[in-house]
Design a protein around this ligand. Structure first.
Ligand SMILES: [Zn+2]
Length: 470
């Protein structure tokens, strides 16, 4: 039971909106309930037999009602790179796919380093965002902005992103003393460190050799980011996490040895958490060879054994969440790598396909529907201080809901993507389980693939008192 009858006795059972007849699924419950919504929040969860009145009703008979997904890792390219994406196109893709909160990475032009950068980015999203948006800040490779940490926390930064490799040199934290200092400072400010693990020394050596040998195709790029690059980054982050007691979230884990190392450290340092992308769960390196530059992504798609290790990591809790690393680029930019993979940028869109792909995994029996909610809604909200406002269906939570037809089959198509990048490596994949309706704070923002015109998304800041481990 969730909290039946809570918040709505007798004459108070009158709501702005009721979602009736559906099976409500959260990470911990699965039950037929009537959802009463007032002022954008869930105010009652009622036994279906109980009477109620409402201004509007959504009939969810035969359908599932899940909390909207929370994607903890997207690049929306605004400011500065809006030819690739922006708050409008990125959040429309999110709404279409059942993602009601996104955490936006700081890697735009400029990167989000200073309180001024942060405030300007926050101003940009208002009136443009169709879903709620949290913003991440970055620490520069030389820690030149470290004295801004406290002010960025006060401004509502959801995390501080540190890049250990595979980004331009100015952004790489290569020095362990600096890494230790960054972890300690962010921890003292009560925030979360996000780490993108990699090792430029390992990557550089590999790339030199592969170029010398004439490697120009997708497989050559994949070989240039070997598992030991990720392992070195994860090792550095884990050692520092243990030393400082920092809350450290590892981005895009993709290899068996790195997941094994993290599993080991998690027994000792309880501030660690980690994510995996849908593409590293669902593609191996050879399954996308025909896509060429459109499947170029870092960390790369891996051999089958690494893909299996990612599923094992989800099953035993070494990996906490699935996040997309939505990284859009234009088709023209991708095409530049058709004959020479090094000329294409890495990354592809993902925020719109996250929930359908995970629902399909549940339909196939690889996960339960409750697992899906845990991995894409509740855990990301918990890890970054947005729970229980986000990530669940409970009295007092925002009425961010998705209505799901678990039986509806569809084929993912490029022409249905709202991202400016348009081309998804998942195009052509048949999925069972469709998001038919997305609600943000009690308003319908997507119905049957049509995104509402009103951009009602808001900036959301973490409640650090609520930041939890999973
Ligand atoms: Zn990313």
């Amino acid at each position: 039971m969730i909290s039946q009858f809570a918040g709505a006795q007798g004459p108070h059972r009158h709501f702005d909106l009721v979602v009736a007849g559906g099976t409500v699924i959260t990470a911990s419950h699965r039950e037929r309930l009537t959802i009463g919504i007032r002022d954008g929040q869930v105010t009652a969860l009622l036994d279906p037999k109980v009477d109620w009145q409402a201004n509007h009703v959504i009939d969810a008979r035969g359908l599932f009602v899940l909390p909207g997904a929370v994607d903890a890792h997207v690049h929306f390219r605004e400011p500065g790179l809006v030819r690739k994406e922006g708050f409008v196109s990125g959040t429309r893709a999110a709404a279409a796919g059942g993602v009601t909160t996104v955490m936006v990475m700081p890697t735009d032009q400029p990167w989000t380093f200073t309180p001024q950068d942060f405030k300007e980015k926050r101003t940009l999203l208002s009136g443009q965002a169709h879903v709620d948006v949290a913003l991440q800040a970055a620490l520069a490779g030389d820690l030149s902005n470290i004295d801004s940490v406290e002010e960025l926390v006060a401004a509502g930064a959801i995390s501080f992103e540190l890049f250990l490799g595979d980004v331009p040199p100015a952004y790489v934290i290569g020095d362990n003393g600096k890494l230790l200092e960054a972890f300690a400072r962010v921890t003292a400010a009560g925030s979360v460190v996000g780490v993108s693990p990699a090792d430029d020394g390992v990557i550089g050596l590999r790339m030199q050799r592969i170029s010398r040998e004439g490697g120009r195709d997708l497989a050559a790029f994949f070989r240039s980011r070997p598992p030991e690059s990720e392992v070195m980054g994860v090792a550095r982050a884990c050692v520092m996490a243990e030393a400082t007691g920092a809350r450290v979230h590892l981005r895009q884990m993709s290899t068996r040895p790195a997941i094994a190392l993290l599993r080991d450290f998690r027994r000792r340092a309880n501030g660690l958490s980690a994510e995996v992308t849908p593409h590293n769960l669902l593609f191996s390196d050879t399954s996308v060879a025909a896509l060429g530059p459109y499947a170029k992504v870092a960390p790369p798609l891996r051999e089958e054994d690494h893909r299996i290790a990612a599923w094992e990591g989800l099953a035993d809790g070494t990996l906490d969440i699935v996040a997309t690393d939505h990284a859009p680029h234009l088709e023209s930019e991708k095409e530049a790598g058709r004959d020479d993979i090094w000329k294409a940028p890495g990354g592809f869109p993902g925020v719109q396909t996250l929930v359908p792909l995970m629902l399909n995994s549940a339909a196939a029996g690889d996960l339960s529907y409750q697992d899906v909610v845990r991995l894409v809604s509740e855990n990301p909200a918990r890890l970054f201080g947005l729970f229980p406002r986000k990530g669940t269906i409970a009295v007092g939570a925002d009425a961010d809901l998705i209505i799901v037809d678990p039986q509806r089959e569809s084929i993912i198509r490029n022409e249905d993507q709202h991202s400016r990048a348009r081309v998804t490596p998942f195009a052509g994949r048949r999925v069972r389980g469709a998001v038919t309706t997305t609600l943000l704070r009690g308003s319908v923002i997507m119905q049957d693939g049509v995104v509402a015109d009103t951009a009602s998304g808001q900036f959301v800041a973490p409640d650090r008192g609520q930041s939890q481990h999973c």
